[in-house]
Ligand binder design. Structure first.
Ligand SMILES: NC(=O)c1ccc[n+]([C@@H]2O[C@H](COP(=O)([O-])OP(=O)(O)OC[C@H]3O[C@@H](n4cnc5c(N)ncnc54)[C@H](O)[C@@H]3O)[C@@H](O)[C@H]2O)c1
Length: 344
């Protein structure tokens, strides 16, 4: 599939051989997540920059370290950076690519389910600063996204579920047939070879949905792309309030989707029983659906108000009008959100 962006089109697709992308050639610089390097060493990562695993790598420190490494390696404007890892690796490497010598090409090789279905396409790249997550970034799409599902064979159950939350989200917001297929057969928590065809078909559906949305609103100006944020206003607040790294992004947005579906029902925006279907689906997948009892609703509202999505227009949420349909809502009353956060 080709995705059209303001910087030209780029190819997103499944590959069965990464040899041509990963072989150490002049003009190619590979950055690989440390766990991926260890678990997939037969791929050979000689000369690659090894990025420490985890969200702390989306930092100004790692941004400087990778940039300095590139400069020492003699990189120039024709160098192509290759990111091999999950969303953290992609976000950091993509941001380095956007800035190094005012912008160089990069290729994304996603190795987590979340990166395959979500973060690797759409061109959003960013690092975190003390004041907030993803606060410094750019729109800088890769020139290619090469997906090899075999990376999922080593992914932990928790990280598999993290990506599964985003997959269910696509079903809720855009595609009832995807949702029905997930309700019949949730994604595997541990990926094995026999899951290959089903997972491939599911990932391809997600890519097609995300591609259509980001092509229609690449830089998030028309509000179309913002429907992808279903579950994220509450989810980001949960992630931040618990302290980044305590819950995965997918766990937090799973609860966020349940709460935001309730908000939609309470406001009369969505059809009855939508919230129940959201909750049952996520439960069936083994994802959390309850707000952690340690979190006060008021604390979460404060985090939501500080989120960059609120942009001075009160609380903003992408709400389901029905299964498969979503619309952005502004100025949502805090009391409704508090009621949804505390509902049984
Ligand atoms: N740019 C976007 O549009 C976008 C969208 C969604 C999320 N994100 C970002 O993505 C990040 C989360 O991404 P993630 O969930 O992929 O996290 P991640 O990159 O931290 O990966 C999760 C864990 O899995 C490990 N890992 C990666 N591939 C593996 C494999 N094949 N086998 C075993 N272990 C493996 C990593 O070492 C890490 O410990 C967040 O920073 C989030 O902000 C970006």
């Amino acid at each position: 599939m080709n995705i059209h962006s303001s910087r030209g089109q780029y190819e997103v697709g499944m590959v069965s051989d990464l040899g041509d992308i990963l072989c150490p050639t002049e003009g190619v610089a590979v950055v690989v997540d440390e766990n991926v390097k260890r678990l997939h060493s037969p791929l050979g990562f000689d000369g690659a920059y090894e990025l420490p695993a985890g969200e702390p790598s989306k930092s100004t420190n790692e941004f400087s370290a990778v940039s300095s490494w590139l400069a020492r390696e003699g990189a120039n404007r024709s160098t192509c950076l290759v990111a091999v890892g999950g969303g953290v690796t992609g976000d950091l490497v993509g941001f380095v690519a956007a800035c190094f010598m005012r912008g160089i090409k990069w290729i994304m090789v996603p190795t987590t389910l979340l990166a395959m279905v979500d973060s690797s396409i759409g061109g959003k790249v960013a690092i975190d600063i003390a004041e907030g997550k993803n606060l410094v970034g750019a729109f800088w799409p890769p020139c290619r996204v090469a997906i090899d599902l075999r990376f999922l064979l080593t992914l932990s159950e928790r990280d598999m579920l993290c990506g599964a939350a985003e997959v269910w989200k696509y079903g809720f917001i855009q595609d009832t047939s995807l949702l029905e297929s997930l309700e019949n057969r949730p994604l595997p928590r541990r990926f094995v070879e026999t899951d290959f065809d089903y997972t491939k078909a599911t990932v391809e559906k997600c890519l097609a949905i995300k591609a259509k949305i980001v092509e229609a609103d690449e830089d998030e100006t028309s509000g179309l792309r913002a429907v992808l944020n279903f579950g994220h206003t509450v989810g980001h607040a949960i992630e931040a309030a618990l302290g980044y790294g305590n819950w995965t992004h997918g766990e937090a947005i799973s609860v966020g989707m349940v709460v935001e579906a309730k908000v939609g029902e309470m406001l009369g925006v969505s059809r009855p029983n939508v919230a129940q279907r959201v909750k049952e689906g996520l439960m069936m997948q083994g994802l959390p659906f309850k707000v952690p009892s340690s979190l006060e609703p008021r604390t979460l509202i404060d985090f939501m108000s500080r989120d960059k999505k609120s942009s001075g227009q009160g609380l903003v949420m992408s709400l389901l009008t029905d299964i498969g349909q979503c619309k952005l809502h502004y100025g949502i009353d805090e009391s409704v959100v508090i009621e949804a956060l505390t509902a049984k």
